[in-house]
Design a protein around this ligand. Sequence first.
Ligand code: ADP
Length: 548
Amino acid sequence: DMSNAIVAQDEMGRPFIIVKDQGNKKRQHGLEAKKSHILAARSVASIIKTSLGPRGLDKILISPDGEITITNDGATILSQMELDNEIAKLLVQLSKSQDDEIGDGTTGVVVLASALLDQALELVEKGIHPIKIANGFDEAAKVAVKHLEKQAEDVAVDQKSFHEYLFKAAKTSLGSKIVSKDHDKFAHMAVDAVTSVMDLDRKDVDFELIKIEGRVGGSLQDSQLIKGVVLDKDFSHPQMPKLVTPKEGHDGVKLAILTCPFEPPKPKTKHKLDISTVEEYQKLQTYEHDKFVEMIDYVKQAGADVVICQWGFDDEANHLLLQNDLPAVRWVGGQELELIAIATKGRIVPRFQDLSKDKLGTCGRIQEMEFGTTKDRMLVIEECLNSKTVTCFLRGSNKMIVDEAKRALHDSLCVVRNLVRDSRVVYGGGAAEVTMSIAVSDEADKQHGIDQYAFRAFAQALDTIPMTLAENSGLDPIETLSLLKSNQIKEKSSTIGVDCLGSGSHNMKELFVVDPLIGKKQQIMLATQLCRMILKIDNVIISGKDEY
Ligand code: ADP
């Protein structure tokens, strides 16, 4: 119904439609709308802010059904908060984008975006048009990133020192996580995992090849990197061997990887299956038995030593497998099946008839691992033909710790991967932000008109990062910031940052608080984009129930 709609033009000459009489819907527009967006963003940011940095606080999140998560990870906190405000949801997406692209800096990007919005609000209140602010921020972001690139250091000088760097960077990313006590172990695991699977020519790392498995029990210290695949399964019969190694004269253990069930197809009789006599029952049994024997024959003929099966099978099939010296695993998930196929260079086979020697996977050994007092067992497929598959196997005393360890490890895997992709680093603890802030402030004086304000505002937003780090570490934010700025200028250094842990040094290079350049760049770009997006929203139609 367009009868209550009027087409009008705004001050820039763009057409828009005014819809009158929206029932109980409330409209917010102009300054009022923008303010309420920014306030919503601010309330989200205030929750996130206290988690930033090595002294940041962990959050306990309790889901509606009572599940508890303890985390320090911005993306995780945001993704589990129940938000019904649209702008707040945009912040959640923002941290998710940072997580997807880079995997780290998810808290920082939200803190920066909301600081930019705060600054924008002040400018809007001064009467500056939102689009002009957004344009000014874009220009300022370009200056900031360009300056950052100039300050960045390439750490891939030689193989050995690069490896050391990877380790130190991984360790930094673990600094603020639950696993911080075991961070040497986890950092080594991250570097080993990435360097085992990385493609040096393409300078890339395929995360599909790195699997993270967790098991409750033991301690974080018991976690280990397994060069191969870990399956949360055991062999289908307790009498099957605990360790499978190549048969005499064979170059490896051969695996049949099957997506067909180990069960006989329904007999193809013209009549319905009708068992009324013992004879008929025996006939059916013989039929089933023959079918099982046939299937096992196919497997044997192809030369397989072990059967990996996507489906289950019954006791009779299981028994026959045991009798035929074919250790088997049932109910293996699709993703695991694929990983095993990649790792062992085998093919996933959908029909027994299709099995052949060349489709079998190859590995050096398959071992059943037991865990202490628990009855838990896992299968470890090692020395695979394609050595480029690894599993990070994490242990921890409870589910919350295992889950947080998984997230922490994922973060440091990302940091290492990012450095493999681009080996330039900048310095953390707010050092990079202060450097950019100084550069953008310097440029502000050279700008004409509105951009001057936007540049200054942008620089102030960057300052929020070192200030928040200081605040979270119990330091005076303003004092710390001015000290950092004056020292960076005096010493012409871009490595001076906040000494969050009270180590006595402000030199982040000495403390090895490093961040990959691409991660920091991504934060600046994403936060600036989000801010533009929100500044462009001029009208929000709020339906009655959704009032903020
Ligand atoms: P994010 O989710 O954004 O990565 P973190 O809570 O991991 O948030 O905090 C990262 C910030 O803390 C970065 O700015 C990083 O440089 C800084 N940081 C980490 N470790 C230290 C440290 N030891 N000293 C000073 N700053 C640190």
